[in-house]
Design a protein around this ligand. Structure first.
Ligand SMILES: Cc1cc2nc3c(=O)[nH]c(=O)nc-3n(C[C@H](O)[C@H](O)[C@H](O)COP(=O)(O)OP(=O)(O)OC[C@H]3O[C@@H](n4cnc5c(N)ncnc54)[C@H](O)[C@@H]3O)c2cc1C
Length: 503
């Protein structure tokens, strides 16, 4: 019998327990043992409430029942993000989890829309997106699987209480054999011949040995940074927000099926509706406003009564130079952080875990897998980074030093090339991997007022009057689909009730 490979996860926040639940679900128990170390004394960061549709796949893979999850985490259903004051003060648009319109005789919908838009006859492109219209009407229903139906053209995610997901996953992971140890890592022992981590020592005297270590210790990066010095690539010159002040408030009614991101003088504010409360936070750049002003802006823009004292969180935008160093993989905040504007952090955690699992098992020389992993994760982080910068850079705002800075700053060439391509004829750069696909880029480009100089010509042979009739028909098809759907509040209440009744 071969000895089991020992995996030691350090950290029990969202990242640590996601890793534990996924590893214990997807790896053969006879080949791997999994330990998790966490410290109640240190605690978790406890923010991070809005997610992307991919999390559903993660939950399904580890066998989570959706209704149980909605109940346990007080979650709501999310169809996208509303951006207020980004293109300019007073403007708004929704970045939905779904498509804009349908291809018409081989021409992409946004090209048709652009062709009809010199005289603005096509109106706002959001009108032709089912999830946008659902958000506006406060409606929710599950998407259909028949791809011909308009009701199959969207996905959905969740907004949940960040302090409840990890305990929920802990039950699953412990049920599948993960051993949890309480304690603070005091010392990390490395092999003299190659620097691999061999064991960690805890303040209570416990010693845990391992073949692989997963650093989920949050911003501290106890293994990846403090021990292995994997380095950090700082991106704050492109994404200058470096703090957030967060506070929960009383729930408001109706509970809307989307997150709102409202731009302010030197940053933006999130509003995330949960079943039992509202999550709020103001992300800002400390180079442009101080903590007191940031808190005052937040307080002035919250609807309900505050449920706690606001708390300030600091971060440095960027990523680890090496996500996987020696025999240690960093996951979650330990691997880097990109501000929460597009709810990407938990998704990057999910990617880190699934990519690591796909590369297991590895031999004692793990350099090839490590290089492959580091390349994949670097690409994912960079693509999210570019998408976030787009929101700040493609703006007409000139009402504060912050907006003047981000509007005029130099941006990565990878992003500039994409913007140039779209500006000319509305083409969206494609890639094989990367989180945000064409509809997402369209939502932000068009939502923030970047209209291509001309359409790409694919609709040039088509008659304008016929196109106008087709898109008018689409508008009413979407309208009647939305009118048949239940309100998000009611749908959610029925789901949670049904779950209770089934119990
Ligand atoms: C302002 C803000 C808003 C955010 N909003 C979103 C969002 O809307 N959507 C989203 O997807 N993400 C969001 N995130 C990111 C999200 O919070 C994190 O991805 C998520 O909480 C995972 O955190 P973590 O588990 O990596 O770290 P943490 O929650 O910090 O957990 C670290 C763990 O390590 C343990 N630990 C640390 N040091 C030691 C030690 N020496 N010994 C033993 N244990 C130790 C701690 O006890 C804890 O268990 C946001 C982050 C911030 C800062």
């Amino acid at each position: 019998m071969r000895a089991k490979k020992r995996i030691v996860i350090v950290g029990g926040g969202t990242a640590g327990w996601m890793a534990a639940a996924a590893l214990s679900s997807m790896l053969p128990r006879q080949e791997f043992s999994i330990d998790l170390v966490e410290s109640e004394q240190i605690g978790i960061i406890g923010v991070g409430e809005a997610t992307l549709p991919h999390l559903r796949h993660f939950n399904e893979t580890i066998g989570v029942d959706e209704t149980e999850f909605l109940k346990a985490t007080s979650a709501t259903l999310k169809l996208g993000i509303e951006f207020v004051n980004w293109g300019d003060v007073g403007e708004r648009y929704i970045h939905p989890f779904g498509d804009f319109g349908r291809t018409i005789q081989g021409a992409k919908f946004h090209q048709v829309w652009r062709k009809l838009n010199p005289d603005a006859s096509a109106g706002d492109i959001g009108k032709y997106s089912l999830p946008v219209r659902m958000c506006e009407a406060g409606k929710f229903d599950f998407p259909e699987s028949d791809y011909r139906a308009i009701t199959s053209t969207y996905g959905y995610a969740y907004q949940f209480d960040a302090t409840r997901y990890a305990p929920f996953l802990r039950k699953i992971a412990e049920g599948r054999g993960v051993r949890r140890t309480e304690g603070i890592v005091n010392a990390v022992n490395q092999a003299s011949e190659n620097g691999d981590i061999v064991s960690i020592e805890l303040d209570n005297g416990a010693l845990l040995t391992g073949d692989y270590f997963i650093d989920c210790t949050g911003f501290r990066g106890v293994l990846i940074d403090q021990t292995l010095k994997a380095g950090y690539e700082d991106w704050s010159h492109w994404l200058p927000c470096d703090r957030a002040v967060a506070v929960p408030s009383a729930a408001t009614s109706p509970i809307l099926p989307y997150t709102r991101a409202t731009a302010h003088e030197a940053g933006w504010q999130w509003r995330i509706p949960l079943q039992h409360r509202m999550g709020n936070g103001h992300v800002y750049s400390s180079s442009f406003i101080d903590d007191d002003k940031a808190e005052a802006i937040l307080r002035a823009n919250i609807e309900g009564e505050l449920k706690a004292e606001p708390r300030v969180l600091r971060f440095r935008t960027g990523r680890r130079k090496q996500f996987w160093s020696r025999n240690c993989v960093s996951v979650g905040l330990a691997s880097g952080f990109l501000e929460p504007l597009e709810s990407t952090s938990i998704h990057l955690t999910q990617l880190a875990i699934t990519n690591f699992i796909e590369l297991l098992p590895v031999s004692s020389d793990m350099s090839r897998e490590r290089d492959e992993y580091n390349a994949i994760m670097a690409r994912e982080f960079e693509r999210v980074r570019d998408f976030l910068i787009l929101h700040y850079h493609v703006t007409r705002r000139h009402d504060s030093a912050f907006w003047n800075h981000v509007r005029t700053m130099e941006i990565p060439t990878t992003l500039q090339e994409k913007i140039d391509l779209f500006s000319a004829r509305g083409r969206v750069a494609r890639y094989q991997q990367g989180l945000f696909l064409e509809p997402s880029w369209l939502a932000v480009y068009l939502g923030q007022g970047l209209i291509p100089a001309q359409p790409d010509g694919s609709a040039s042979q088509l008659d304008d009057a016929e196109l106008a009739a087709r898109i008018a028909a689409l508008d009413s098809e979407i309208g009647s689909a939305v009118s048949r759907m239940p309100h998000h509040d009611n749908k959610l209440a029925a789901l949670v009730q049904a779950g209770r009744a089934a119990q």
